[in-house]
Write a protein that binds this ligand. Structure first.
Ligand SMILES: [Zn+2]
Ligand SMILES: [Zn+2]
Ligand SMILES: [Zn+2]
Length: 274
């Protein structure tokens, strides 16, 4: 399987709009991998994860025609992961989808609420599938398991994605996982070839805030996964979803700090093969 990161920033982007902080000023000046758009990823160029407002831009620069995509997992309803306004461009005249085109959108009841508010001329192209915690389902050729995230919406999910041979854990946005998730992974003997882990707050060791991770928490989470044999030394560990509020969080500053703890750092356009 191949995971491609289309966007790797938290909600406000990196650099953030309207921001005068040093991280943002330097990112804007240095550019390259320091520039991050809102969170989105795609598995094997066919299974989309999240639908932020930067989806349009991601499609253009990554040669993705959304009309060729039929499955999209939504992690949670923060606007950097679900931007329903762009679904309005399904409207006749704004686009010309094939009459039988459907985009299957998988998510929690929170997502259902938002999609159900869209007009029927839009929802005829969207097939919303409510998926439940700890109940594996099929999305195209993939078996996907929604698991509980520790984050600031009512029903946030992280997803385990398997093609039958390899498995990816896409863990955005979340703090160190809730106990129910640890228990489920352990009871089901889950093993991951790739873990993409939330690192919104950069190089901090600890935080007062709960709902995201920083490098210190990434290490704790990784160590527990190792202990529980959910990962091993062959597993690829990638940190993703960065905010300018973290310390040493510009790509160029953070790469050596993350490498020292055994992690790779995501950037827009990065591809990981497992
Ligand atoms: Zn986010
Ligand atoms: Zn800033
Ligand atoms: Zn969020």
């Amino acid at each position: 399987m191949k995971l491609k990161y289309l966007g790797t920033a938290a909600a406000e982007g990196y650099p953030a709009m309207f921001c005068d902080c040093e991280n943002c000023r330097r990112a804007l000046k240095e550019k390259g991998k320091n520039i991050r758009s809102r969170s989105q990823a795609i598995v094997d160029n066919e299974l989309l994860i999240d639908f932020p407002c930067d989806t349009y831009y991601h499609c253009m620069i990554n040669d993705i025609n959304l009309h060729d995509i039929h499955n999209c997992l939504i992690t949670h309803v923060h606007r950097d992961h679900l931007y329903p306004v762009d679904f309005l461009y399904f409207k006749n005249g704004f686009s010309h989808p094939a009459p039988d085109y459907k985009l299957n959108l998988y998510g929690s009841i929170d997502v259902e609420k938002i999609i159900s508010e869209l007009p029927s001329e839009i929802t005829k192209y969207l097939n919303f599938v409510k998926v439940n915690l700890f109940e594996p389902f099929k999305a195209g050729k993939y078996t996907v398991t929604p698991m509980k995230a520790y984050h600031g919406t009512e029903n946030p999910y992280i997803y385990a994605i398997s093609d039958g041979e390899k498995s990816i854990l896409y863990a955005h946005d979340t703090d160190i996982f809730p106990e129910e998730t640890w228990e489920y992974m352990k009871n089901n003997k889950m093993y991951f070839d790739l873990v993409s882990m939330d690192c919104t707050e950069g190089a901090y060791e600890e935080l007062n805030y709960h709902g995201h991770m920083c490098l210190g928490r990434n290490v704790k989470c990784r160590d527990r996964m190792l202990e529980e044999k959910m990962i091993d030394e062959k597993t690829k560990l990638v940190l993703n979803h960065f905010s300018h509020n973290g310390i040493h969080s510009n790509y160029t500053d953070f790469v050596p700090l993350a490498a020292d703890k055994g992690f790779e750092v995501a950037f827009d356009g990065m591809e990981i093969d497992v």
